[in-house]
Design a binder for this molecule. Structure first.
Ligand SMILES: *Cc1c(COP(=O)(O)O)cnc(C)c1O
Length: 387
């Protein structure tokens, strides 16, 4: 019997890896200096730790350390990318292309800018959740200055063709931002191979601490210029004022290095568990729909709709298994998932969906227990709804 409850919500956040925590701890009580203090050893040691963290993040995505801006997380990185880059592009055009399946931290800043005069095109995905380079190409105009497409979707796990979209944007002289928060550390990404100009990542989605993230900003071919969201002490080359959170950056860096070292083996193991979970549930529950692409998806993602069952009721009926219905970030409001709706899933089927997020600490024993709990809860709910 596994320890309960079982955590299968790794797209919402992940447990901090014990090795990450261990690397962070000395920076709370020993090397606790301010990395901006240049006059003494406490400051130098903190600055060294930050430099190392920045280096580790850069290596994860094939960037240079000086192209990494440290932030408070994915939401800030997405906001800084979008609100930071657009003012400087205004003279060249007023059109931005994104997709209908982005995270709110991309969609909401863009919608705000659209109210302020920017023209916004939201490209819908195919029914399998993928956004093709062709569909992005069809949305571009002479006035397009920025394209923002997520690398991996946080609800249905689909992996978009980032390299093809990057190539397209580069050939048209349009800047390309990707929210890679779910993708980094799980699938290979390289800012040069994939022609990425701006890339957002977050520590707590890769077994690091909450409250730390980074924005990659390309320095040349082409150089990307940003205006900061915060003014102040001029930290992070003036792009992100505010004392750098040294322990969190150390944690982000360590999480990045572990991902570089272990992601291939880890992804294979998680994928096998995901397939096992899918097979075990579909063997016992009829009328099941897989949301998202069958293979072009994150190894740890399984998104299923159980016809005739309400996802919220299903979650409540299996309290020993922590999953999400719809997106973790929109669970507070009762709207059905904007991602599933954009994929053409009808409202009852969208409401009948559950998202399973497997991760580094998921075990085979937990998967067996979870499959059994899901199958029993669905059967029970369907029986109680029967006339
Ligand atoms: C979690 C997430 C974010 C937000 O990141 P935070 O670090 O929690 O602010 C943005 N985009 C995607 C795809 C995410 O999964």
């Amino acid at each position: 019997m596994p320890n309960l409850p079982i955590y299968l919500d790794n797209h919402a956040t992940t447990r901090v890896d014990p090795r990450v925590l261990e690397a962070m701890l000395p920076h709370f009580t020993l090397t606790y200096g301010n990395a901006a203090s240049v006059a003494h050893r406490f400051g130098w040691e903190a600055a060294e730790a930050v430099d190392r963290g920045r280096e580790q993040v850069a290596r994860l995505i094939g960037a240079e350390a000086r192209e990494i801006i440290l932030t408070s997380g994915g939401t800030e990185s997405n906001n800084l990318a979008i609100k930071g880059v657009l003012p400087g592009l205004k003279s060249r055009g007023n059109h931005v292309v994104t997709t209908a399946i982005e995270h709110k931290s991309v969609l909401d800043p863009l919608k705000r800018l659209a109210r302020e005069g920017w023209e916004l095109t939201m490209v819908p995905p195919a029914p399998d959740g993928l956004v093709s380079a062709e569909s992005i190409a069809a949305a571009l105009t002479e006035r397009t200055v920025l394209v923002s497409v997520m690398a991996a979707n946080n609800e249905v796990g689909t992996l978009n063709p980032i390299a093809a979209i990057g190539r397209l944007c580069r050939s048209r002289g349009i800047l390309f931002h990707t929210d890679a928060i779910q993708a980094v550390g799980k699938v290979p990404l390289d800012v040069n191979d994939d022609s990425i100009d701006l890339l957002s990542l977050s520590a707590h989605k890769i077994y690091g601490p909450k409250g730390a993230g980074a924005l990659y900003v390309r320095r040349r071919d082409p150089p990307v210029r940003l205006v900061p969201l915060f003014d102040g002490g001029g930290h992070e080359r003036g792009l992100r004022s505010g004392t750098v959170a040294v322990p969190l950056v150390v944690g982000l860096g360590e999480a990045a290095t572990l991902a570089v070292r272990e992601h291939a083996e880890e992804s294979a193991r998680i994928l096998e568990l995901r397939e096992r979970l899918h097979a075990a549930i579909s063997g016992r529950v009829p009328v099941l729909r897989l949301n998202g692409h069958p293979t072009l998806r994150l190894p740890g993602n399984l998104n299923l709709s159980f016809a005739g069952v309400d996802g919220e009721a299903l979650m409540m009926a299996m309290r020993d298994v922590a999953v999400s219905s719809g997106s973790a970030c929109t669970s507070a409001n009762p709207e059905p998932s904007h991602v599933l709706r954009a994929m053409g899933v009808d409202e009852p089927m969208a409401r009948a969906s559950l998202r399973f997020g497997l991760g580094r600490f998921t075990t085979a024993e937990e998967i067996e227990f979870a499959a059994d709990a899901v199958a029993r809860a669905v059967t029970r709910l369907r029986a109680s709804d029967a006339p």
